[in-house]
Design a protein around this ligand. Structure first.
Ligand SMILES: *Cc1c(COP(=O)(O)O)cnc(C)c1O
Length: 440
């Protein structure tokens, strides 16, 4: 059993998180219920900042808000002094509703619309991470129309793709994101944006992957980028003020995962940038920005379910169903993601059977966990699935017209509901009945 953050086993043999009894919260707010361990999020945020501060490097840590976004989450990120990545008008709107300082918002995405870009510039976001030539042309139009100077980063694809333990080096990356370093697109984009006086070209951005366990992918990307900066210095007399190295730092979902401490990725990046800077005499170290999503909120989240039906197929499999599934956590169905789980009200009991945890949707692929050892369970029990804080609630859907769950923040014995459970009424609020005498 690998308990994360403030999770511990209480004297009543229940799972406690943030000094609160998860079983009591499940009874109070209903299930499925998303719980977030606020201290864990704060510790991660502070750890990332400290890693930069210790090395005396200018930085921004931007929370990649797609991992989990809500007004309360954005308020927490603002309190911790982090910046924020948004990738849509909806995420930007939520951030502004949370009164997140616009100048610390970075706007990402490979297909931002004219309306979204105009919304972002009117709101005064800190920078636009420009992804493609179409976007450059939209931004030129909007900048001219609004008579506004636009801070931009160019998103580059360095031809290094990192996943967990592996990375792939390709001359040219087959990715929908960014300007390719290998085929000259990046040079063309830089030339284009430098020539437009409505842009302030702060620097570059690069994000090489997600759930990464090694530092090599990052250091190789940095090496590639800085070699290219050498060319840019010669051809364009340009050197970036900001180098944004993205996110992707791995977390431990199960004992199979062996990530580094989050700060170690940062330290490795700073050291590699320092090494590369020796080639640039007289240049200042650029500000280094990172964009952690999963590593800020992933293991801070736990989902509590009620256990319902069970089906035993002798010699084949024992299914245990819960009252949620792919509607609140699509990751197992979408990318065979693995999770650990506990019986939240029987934390003292030893495993007595191997079961598979099924969701309640009409899809045989709606499975949360295959083959997990658990104590004997009944429909009075609660299952806690750990590490569901990233890309869980944020990818939730209403498939089968199932309501999205409630979200509660916990810390030091305090709890607060931060997202209400959807109601049946919420499910039909956009539905419009047929008019009479139409489609008859
Ligand atoms: C998704 C994403 C991140 C965050 O990735 P994590 O793996 O959650 O840390 C950061 N930057 C960009 C551009 C992203 O698309």
């Amino acid at each position: 059993m690998n308990l994360h953050g403030t999770a511990q086993i209480g004297q009543n043999h229940h799972l406690w998180i943030g000094g609160t009894d998860t079983v009591e919260l499940a009874k109070k707010y209903g299930t499925p219920l998303y719980l977030y361990d606020v201290s864990l999020i704060k510790n991660r945020a502070r750890g990332f900042k400290r890693a930069f501060q210790e090395k005396g490097v200018g930085f921004q840590v931007a929370y990649a808000s797609k991992a989990f976004s809500s007004i309360a989450m954005f308020q927490l990120i603002e309190q911790e002094g982090l910046s924020l990545d948004v990738v849509s008008g909806g995420e930007l709107f939520t951030a502004l509703q949370a009164e997140f300082p616009a100048e610390r918002i970075h706007f990402h995405g490979n297909n931002k619309s004219y309306e979204e870009l105009e919304f972002a510039l009117n709101a005064g976001v800190g920078c636009i991470v420009v992804d493609n030539f179409f976007e450059i042309s939209l931004l030129k139009m909007i900048s001219s129309k609004l008579d506004k100077k636009v801070n931009i980063l160019l998103r580059l694809t360095p031809g290094i793709e990192a996943h967990t333990h592996d990375y792939i080096i390709t001359g040219q990356e087959d990715s929908k994101f960014g300007f390719d370093l290998g085929n000259g697109q990046a040079d063309k984009a830089l030339e284009d944006v430098l020539a437009f006086e409505g842009f302030r070209v702060l620097g570059i951005h690069c994000h090489i992957g997600s759930q990464i366990f090694e530092t090599e992918g990052f250091t190789l990307a940095i090496e590639k980028l800085f070699s290219h900066f050498k060319k840019w210095e010669e051809s364009f007399k340009y050197f970036p003020e900001v180098v944004n190295l993205g996110g992707g730092f791995g977390i431990q979902y199960t004992s199979e995962d062996t990530p580094l401490a989050p700060e170690q990725y940062v330290t490795a990046m700073i050291d590699e940038v320092g090494k590369q800077m020796r080639r640039f005499e007289g240049r200042d170290l650029p500000e280094l920005w990172i964009e952690p999503g999963r590593s800020l909120v992933g293991d801070a989240g736990t989902t509590i379910y009620s256990i319902g039906s069970q089906k035993e197929i002798e010699g084949v499999r024992h299914y245990v169903s819960v009252d949620g599934g792919m509607t609140d956590n699509i990751r197992p169905a979408l990318y065979q993601a693995k999770y650990e789980a506990y019986v939240a009200n029987k934390m003292n009991e030893k495993p007595a059977q191997t079961v598979s945890i099924a969701g309640k949707c009409c899809e045989s692929g709606d499975m949360l966990i295959w083959d997990i050892d658990l104590p004997i369970v009944t429909d009075n029990d609660y299952l806690a699935v750990s590490c569901t804080g990233a890309y869980g609630y944020s990818m939730a859907s209403n498939y089968n017209r199932i309501q999205r769950p409630a979200v509660v923040f916990v810390e030091n014995g305090e709890e607060q509901l931060v997202v209400k459970r959807e109601t049946y009424e919420d499910l039909i609020k956009n539905d419009i009945p047929l008019k009479t005498n139409v489609f008859v």
